[in-house]
Design a protein around this ligand. Structure first.
Ligand SMILES: Cc1ncc(COP(=O)(O)O)c(C=O)c1O
Length: 461
């Protein structure tokens, strides 16, 4: 219902006071929680309130995110949660990393957005920094705001450069939800209601080098070779699925042989998440286009990019606005990106992810052997870890059980029975040990309700 300008103004001013940090009495906090729930119901999407099973099933669906620092989030009632979700991969440097916040506020005080007409120094600076930390001769960058924008740009660049139309993607692959990226999605639930997007997409099983080779050969034989093969070095939303050794190398060779661009979707795996700076580094592979997002903005600003080689970039030069966007490469986001890379290097986040990921996976695998009827698999690379449960309902109960114990995790987009563990790469060892204890508690609780006999220490040794 349309309000009078005076009423709308009063509403904006009340929210601005709250944003400014006006202290709230207990009753006012509860009122705000209630108001937020009602606004989600009426003005956002009421489905979202009950969809988030970890919070819904633990009876806490009204938890209101309020503040955070490092690996701890706090809700409006002051309850604290150890963050093992990482905002689906944005908080690799932790929540509100002070150096990243400082870079953004420094720039904010100078100027927030850009005129679009003058040269933007931090866009150039970030592109130069990225050229120095990405593999091979990847050195030209285009900045946008979401992972899906990076994939859209890569699709357009690959079409422009190769003058081909068809793309190859993987079963279970997740590349974003705008129409082009969605067409590459290897799961029908999200893709099919919006068909048709890109018509020319083929899918192959992820990690199967022989199937990949056959698909390339088939496309070549019918005279319709691929413009690009879009692949995650480790599938994130499919549940931290790691391909067999040699798979990406094989993909690189096939792409080179058939003149197809290898498009590495590192929106989730990039900047240290898997225990190396880039997921492709584990295979010593240089893609033709590298897509970045999520943690690139340091958990402070939305920022994504697609990065390619000067030779491929040449097709964008004659008309540099053939692909453009108003907010892409804005100074706030680029300041955040520069600071995020600086923190990644200074704190050696990839090495931290490798060490902590190994420890976590070892301990989770031990728990898996101890509670095999509750937890069927623990897998992943670095701090991109997936826990597989026998059913969606057990997956929900596990996430809810952890939420009740003050640990934030969530299922993946592809499967609710696969729960992700994706903490900040610099998370303290003590917090990880604390999390492991709470995970064991939760597994024990579920096992008891399933009337699963708990194995003895001897059996699990
Ligand atoms: C590998 C990958 N690519 C692309 C995307 C889409 O990113 P965004 O949600 O920022 O559009 C995601 C999001 O989870 C992702 O994991």
């Amino acid at each position: 219902m349309r309000l009078s300008n005076k009423e709308s103004l009063a509403l904006t001013n009340r929210y601005l006071e709250l944003i400014a940090g006006k202290p709230l009495a207990d009753r006012e906090v509860h009122d705000l929680i209630q108001e937020t729930v009602e606004s989600y119901e009426r003005y956002v999407n009421r489905g979202f309130l009950t969809y988030r099973k970890s919070v819904t099933e633990s009876g806490q669906f009204a938890a209101l995110e309020w503040s955070g620092s490092g690996s701890v989030l706090q809700d409006a009632l002051g309850r604290r949660y150890i963050d093992c979700l990482g905002g689906y991969g944005i908080f690799s440097a932790g929540v509100n990393h002070p150096r990243i916040v400082k870079a953004v506020t420094d720039q904010l005080q100078r100027m927030a957005l850009n005129s679009q007409e003058l040269l933007e120094p931090w866009r150039a600076g970030l592109a130069k920094v990225l050229a120095g930390v990405t593999p091979g001769d990847l050195s030209c960058s285009f900045f946008i705001n979401n992972g899906t924008d990076a994939i859209e740009g890569a699709i357009k660049l690959a079409r422009l450069h190769t003058k081909r139309r068809v793309f190859l993607s993987t079963l279970g692959g997740f590349h974003g939800k705008s129409l082009g990226s969605l067409s590459l999605m290897g799961k029908a639930t999200f893709r099919e209601p919006f068909a048709s997007g890109l018509q020319d997409v083929r899918f192959v099983p992820f990690g199967d080098a022989a199937a990949l080779e056959a698909e390339f050969a088939k496309a070549d034989a019918i005279g319709n070779p691929f413009a690009g093969f879009v692949v995650e070095p480790v599938q994130g939303e499919a549940g931290a699925v790691v391909p067999p050794a040699g798979y990406l190398r094989k993909a690189r060779d096939l792409c080179t042989r058939y003149g197809t661009l290898l498009i590495a979707d590192e929106v989730q795996t990039g900047l240290g998440r898997t225990g190396a700076m880039w997921g492709v580094d584990h295979s010593d592979v240089v893609p033709d286009i590298l897509c970045l997002g999520k943690s690139l903005g340091g958990g402070v600003m939305p920022l994504s990019a697609f990065v390619s080689t000067p030779a491929i970039w040449e097709c964008l030069v004659p008309n540099p606005v053939i692909h453009s966007t108003t907010f892409g490469g804005n100074p706030l986001a680029c300041a955040a990106g520069i600071a995020a890379i600086s923190v990644t290097l200074e704190e050696d986040l990839p090495a931290q992810a490798a060490r902590k990921g190994e420890m976590l996976l070892r301990e989770l695998s031990r728990l898996q052997r101890r509670y095999p009827d509750v937890l069927t698999e623990a897998r992943g690379k670095g701090l991109l870890i997936g826990l597989e449960f026998p059913s969606d309902s057990i997956g929900y109960r596990f996430a809810a059980g952890l939420f009740k114990r003050g640990v934030l995790v969530a299922g993946t987009y592809s499967k609710a029975r696969t729960v992700r563990i994706e903490p900040a790469l610099g998370i303290a060892d003590e917090l990880l040990n604390e999390v492991l204890g709470r995970i064991e508690d939760t597994l024990r609780e579920i096992a008891a309700t399933l009337r699963v006999k708990e194995p003895t220490e001897v059996e699990t040794a």
